[in-house]
Design a protein around this ligand. Sequence first.
Ligand code: ADP
Ligand code: MG
Length: 348
Amino acid sequence: MIEDKNQKRTSLDQLGEFGLIDHLTKDFTISQKSTIKGIGDDAAILDYKDKKTAISTDLLVEGVHFDLAYMPLKHLGYKAAMVNLSDIYSMNAVATQLTVSVAVSNRFPLEALEELYAGIELATKSYNVDLIGGDTTSSKTGLLISITALGAVAEKDITYRSGAKPNDLLVVSGDLGGAYMGLQVLERENEVFKVNPNSQPDLEPYSYIIERQLKPEARKDIVEILKKLEVKPTSMIDISDGLSSEILHLCKESSVGCDLYEDKIPLDPTVIAACEEFKMDSTLVALSGGEDYELLFTIDQKDFDKIKGNPNLTVIGHMTDKSQGAHLVTRGETKIPLKAQGWNSFEE
Ligand code: ADP
Ligand code: MG
């Protein structure tokens, strides 16, 4: 974190726990009908009427999941929310509420937490979800954030990982590998900065991939598009770990195989350029990079016409019989077994 020495630093001890919670949450408003009671009692009260509830939790640990050297706290708050909202959307649910728990050491001033909560607030406004509670405690070392996202979905609309059938088409939203290449650029610039704190890097050519790393967006819009197109995916998952690992999850839970076509994998030109610069294989980056938070899903072939030509969606393969296994079909038309961490081309 490039610290501004003139910045105000208010010690957390000055506020106390309750003062801190009040201060951080006072600007949040409630907009969901399903929120009966939000922050301020021993528990929140929700009412989804005839809908089913989707719940997902993630824990983010400083030094493991994020590095404050290049992750501004506002972005961290936003991203922590996105990671969880993405899990709700991958169930085909509408995200409605969040809880946020933080453990902080006293090396963080109040202003740092304000930044974190500014990012969370932006996420709640942009995605129309309510902050309804959380917990606040101290930590001896770094920062920990745990977010729980809740959502509502009609039972008939739920998309599990387990519904894919042989011959279903495999579809992905957006493009892949950007978040990973953004991280490569940020880590490189951080090393340069350590050696020469006065360096002024020109990050403009990398703005798309840096944004993919620092400010990912959960694909609420895709859930809405699919609903409008009257396409219910047969299975769905979000891409947090990388394309190949998520495909293998769908295959395992659905008891099917898969042919993924290398030449169909959507890559932004800036990802391809960064891969060339860093001498990395763009296919491998898309397969193993992770953190893209796109949606990966399968559809019945009869629905192909409905999604055909949609710029947000790319058909990248199809599911096969389980006995055929999961493969990458390369540009040279050889079949390589998919591995959780990309594929091992040296084994062939
Ligand atoms: P309790 O002692 O019952 O755990 P707290 O004093 O921790 O209650 O919390 C009081 C209220 O503030 C609760 O509604 C709780 O959900 C909410 N809250 C606590 N910490 C946070 C936080 N970091 N972010 C959002 N809400 C919080
Ligand atoms: Mg508490």
